[in-house]
Design a protein around this ligand. Sequence first.
Ligand code: SAM
Length: 295
Amino acid sequence: MSKEAIGNLSRTKAIMQKYHLHAKKGFGQNFLTNPAVLNGIVDAAAISAADNVIEIGPGLGALTEKLAQRAGQVLALELDTDLLPVLADVLSDYDNVTVLNQDVLKANLPQLIAEHFADPAKPVKVVANLPYYITSPILMHLLGTPVEWANITVMMQKEVAERLAAQPGTKDYGALTLAIEYKMDAKLAFTVSRRSFVPAPNVDSAIVTLTQRAQPLAVLPSSEKQLFALIKTCFAHRRKSLWNNLKPYFKKDAAKTAAVQQVLADLALDPQIRPERLSLAQFIQLANALQAAGM
Ligand code: SAM
């Protein structure tokens, strides 16, 4: 008789009972127990046998199992050591899965790809039901890694998903929006009720798919590092004007103050607007102009 899927509520409960497991809040553990959602994630990521997949936080293996059934190879990174023997047991039928005890935020992903995939040249996709307490740091880590992801398909808190595709001038628009827009196109695949998890989180969730930008950027930054430093500085105080947020660039130096004034005038940027009104292209132009002015 074939085994019941790990993500079925009754099997999840049986696994937790067998291993005396309790979901750990500190690790953001909310296990998916809705087979339709699990299949929907694998469909949204368009997983096929031609893909290498990295899964972040396999938990009890519900999503890992679905991925193993469709992907070429799956590399799953789990922080909680207590889950390793569980995963070894429940995934023992799948010879295309490797589970590593690894904090994804500390992972050298290019190295793991080279070491663990039989053919590292195949497309690499990231799929995860993310630990919500570190959604932004994980996305920033993935985007800052020199890997051209075929796609990144992740479940996150619905509110954070709304931030990813936010427009300038809205409350959701911020540094995360710009970091995503710089490299990827974001699409909300579907929303997920809190009732699809054990235990149920306090929020509803959404699946977002990030793919490489279809349109190249019209203006490129002279330095990515300086662009993101500028964005960070500008969103330090959302309610302050662009001018006040830019103060760390000139402090009390009269010559630098005049230079920043000139940069803003040249770009026709009103010093009194809020930084959240600036588009990515305007941030790039501003970063380039500040750098050209020696700042
Ligand atoms: N994939 C499972 C599912 O869908 O049922 C579990 C998802 S649960 C929301 C998040 C998982 O990420 C947990 O298994 C948790 O232990 C793991 N996790 C938390 N922080 C992590 C980190 N820094 N690196 C890797 N895994 C992490």
